[in-house]
Ligand binder design. Structure first.
Ligand code: ADP
Ligand code: MG
Ligand code: MG
Length: 203
């Protein structure tokens, strides 16, 4: 696996976010401030432009810095840190095991920065299970394709499992108990971004 795979992942993630922009915004309208789809769509458009400009640097690190700089909401710095940490951990070429370790390092960075744990009803509820699914697939000797399919499934399940939770971090936490009964927008977007790994692997 190499930097071209990372670029393909980011491209697939950008398309997925653009396609589901309205759904992400609707989820955020229910328990936040109705900007999650717009925040991410704009952020990933900036990522595409930054990558198309063809500058130096690992694509994930370029994307991470771009999201941190260009997205105002909570999700920009958090996704930016995820991708920047992954880019730092990955060289020009890497194995699936290397990718799994980088993914976990990125998720740990999100948790550190957001001071959140799984169960707080955030993107971590999708990202954490996804990172563990890739690591588990590596231990089972799975091919990247199967590993990414398992990660995508784990992320989707994790996102859906946020529905009954009461938010303890981010804007949704201001609602207290009233945040229960809605899927967390960041967990939903994480499921899209992790799902884009499967698309990227097919290219
Ligand atoms: P904002 O809340 O600033 O408008 P977004 O709407 O773009 O930002 O993103 C909201 C998402 O960010 C939430 O659904 C949640 O998944 C995630 N989030 C917010 N705060 C945290 C945090 N402290 N740790 C992890 N994720 C968080
Ligand atoms: Mg918002
Ligand atoms: Mg906002």
């Amino acid at each position: 696996m190499d930097a071209a795979f990372c670029a393909a992942w980011l491209e697939a993630a950008a398309l997925a976010v653009a396609a589901d922009r309205e759904r992400l915004t609707d989820l955020d309208a229910a328990i936040g401030d109705a900007d999650h789809g717009a925040n991410l769509d704009r952020g990933f458009s900036e990522v595409r432009q930054a990558l198309a400009a063809g500058g130096p640097g690992q694509p994930l690190a370029v994307a991470g810095v771009t999201l941190i700089r260009k997205v105002g909401g909570a999700s920009g710095p958090l996704y930016g840190s995820l991708l920047r940490a992954m880019g730092k951990a990955l060289g020009e070429s890497f194995t699936l095991a290397g990718f799994a370790a980088a993914f976990q390092a990125g998720v740990d960075e999100v948790a550190r920065l957001g001071k959140a744990v799984e169960g707080d009803k955030t993107m971590l509820d999708a990202l954490g299970p996804a990172a563990r699914a890739v690591a588990g697939a590596v231990r089972d000797g799975a091919e990247p394709r199967a590993a990414f399919e398992r990660a995508a499934e784990a992320a989707r399940e994790g996102a859906l499992a946020t529905v009954p939770l009461v938010a303890r971090k981010g804007r949704a936490s201001y609602l207290g108990e009233r945040s229960a009964g809605h899927e967390d927008p960041g967990a939903a977007s994480s499921a899209l971004i992790v799902g884009a790994l499967v698309t990227a692997d097919g290219e």
